[in-house]
Design a protein around this ligand. Structure first.
Ligand code: SF4
Ligand code: SF4
Length: 61
C-alpha cells in the first residue's frame, strides 16, 4: 500500500499529476489535487516526477 500526500500550500491545481497518474488516484477538489482513490496507487511516483511544485510525496505504508 502507498500513501500519497499533496501539500496544498504548494499545489497550484495545474492537473499534471491528475493527467499522468496511470491509476486515476488523483482528482481536482476545490482547485487542488487530492488523492481520492489512494487504494489504487501503484507507487510509480509519476505524480512526484511531473509535479512542477514538488507538492507530492508517495510513501510505502
Ligand atoms: S504514485 Fe503513480 S499511481 Fe500513485 S498517485 Fe502517483 S502517479 Fe498515481
Ligand atoms: S502536479 Fe503538483 S501542482 Fe499540479 S495539480 Fe498536481 S500536486 Fe498540484
Amino acid at each position: 500500500m502507498f500513501k500519497v500526500d499533496v501539500d496544498k500550500d504548494k499545489c497550484t491545481g495545474c492537473e499534471e499529476c491528475i493527467n499522468n497518474c496511470p491509476a486515476s488516484v488523483l482528482e481536482l477538489v476545490d482547485g487542488k489535487s487530492e488523492p481520492v482513490e489512494m487504494d489504487e496507487c501503484l507507487g510509480c511516483e509519476t505524480c512526484v516526477e511531473v509535479c512542477p511544485e514538488g507538492a507530492i510525496t508517495v510513501t510505502e505504508v
